[in-house]
Design a protein around this ligand. Structure first.
Ligand SMILES: [Zn+2]
Length: 373
């Protein structure tokens, strides 16, 4: 083993040897992805050294396909010195395999080695091509309140959406199965799917189904998008001041309506904690719950966004069966982004930047404080 990288081994060329230059050795290593090209090997030829955090170990060899000097294996006297030292005459191998091909030149002929090299470079190329397509399973998807997974929306056909599942963030396959089992008897308010990349969600129209061949795929039946209210026509509500309190103007409680009502509609709705409203125990967000459970996790902002999507897209159905006339966030069509500005709260109030698509307005952004006790 050597601790020298392939590009920093300035071996002084011995007379009569047509060695590769450092540049060619380096190019061979790079084209091979720093992995041994010997069929079936593919071992990484460089990696970290235990000696020091800045050092690395290299076991890679720029091996000659036809020997560099007379007397070497597979020497071809008719080749020019340039051809012998050219990149086409090299193959990147680990030390074991560079020795193996030299002790067994019959088994490892020139054509065999050229084929190995071509196959290896093609495999490295294919691997890189597959990575060029967008990374998979990076979307956050919620199916009801207790199943959240990293996945991808892979199909939309009429009223059916299909997702491939990377892995579960909340719940697991058995939670998914019990969700399907209990679907018919479930509170309709828990029958939903939310997709972070769409910034939107849908009520379900039937129990989800899943299949697993190469990967887990979930199919859900969705209802049509629930209508939103044009922000200019938001109903009148009591206004809240910067201290989040009601206030009086001209002897009456101040009121707002239309677009002016939007920020405080978001504030009031997103600050309502699920379980806190006694007559509507399933109404409200789980932001406090998630903030406690996922504090410091990169998943927390995604989960907060999911809750915002839920309030924007899923109408609250009261227990008495009265159908909802709007979603809790009324005018919010899509949730583009929700960023918590600082983890330092003003008491129990925390500032968030909301980037939304609002019915009748289009893209809209505002800083809004939420109550997270
Ligand atoms: Zn090898």
């Amino acid at each position: 083993m050597t601790t020298d990288p392939p590009d920093k081994t300035p071996k002084r060329p011995k007379p009569n040897r047509d060695d590769f230059t450092a540049k060619i050795r380096n190019a061979l290593a790079l084209r091979a992805g720093y992995r041994c090209a010997f069929t079936g090997c593919g071992i990484a030829t460089s990696g970290p050294s235990d000696e020091a955090s800045h050092k690395h170990v290299s076991i890679g060899v720029a091996a000659h396909i036809t020997a560099a000097a007379p007397g070497g294996e597979r020497y071809e006297p008719e080749l020019s010195a340039e051809d012998r030292a050219a990149i086409d005459n090299g193959i990147w191998l680990c030390q074991s395999h560079s020795r193996l091909i030299d002790v067994n030149p019959i088994a490892y002929s020139v054509s065999t080695l050229r084929q190995m090299k071509a196959d290896h470079e093609a495999a490295i190329k294919a691997e890189m091509e597959s990575m060029k397509s967008a990374p998979r399973h990076t979307d956050f998807i919620a199916l009801g309140p207790n199943v959240v997974f990293l996945g991808e929306l892979v199909g939309v056909e009429e009223d059916t959406w299909s997702f491939s599942v990377g892995h579960f963030v909340i719940g697991d396959l058995s939670d998914l199965i019990s969700y399907i089992d209990q679907y018919a008897a479930m509170d309709p308010y828990d029958q939903f799917v939310l997709v972070n990349s769409l910034g939107d969600g849908r009520e379900l129209s039937r129990a989800p189904a899943w299949t697993k061949y190469n990967e887990l795929v979930i199919k859900v039946g969705v209802r049509v998008s629930f209508p939103r209210i044009d922000a200019h026509r938001l109903p009148m509500g009591l206004a809240l001041n910067d201290e989040h309190d009601l206030f009086v103007i001209n002897g009456q409680l101040a009121r707002v309506s239309g677009l002016d009502a939007l920020p405080q509609n978001i504030k009031t709705c997103m600050s309502t904690i699920r379980g806190e409203v006694f007559y509507a125990p399933t109404y409200g967000t789980r932001i406090r719950e998630y903030s406690n459970e996922f504090l410091g996790s990169p998943w927390l902002p995604e989960l907060i966004k999911l809750e915002c999507i839920r309030m924007a897209s899923i109408p609250y159905v009261e227990r008495n069966g009265l159908s909802a006339s709007s979603t809790p966030l009324k005018a919010v069509r899509r949730v583009l982004k929700v960023d918590q500005i600082s983890t330092e709260g003003d008491g129990d109030w925390f500032a968030f930047n909301f980037h939304l698509e609002v019915e009748g307005i289009g893209p809209w952004a505002a800083e809004i404080k939420l109550f997270i006790p």
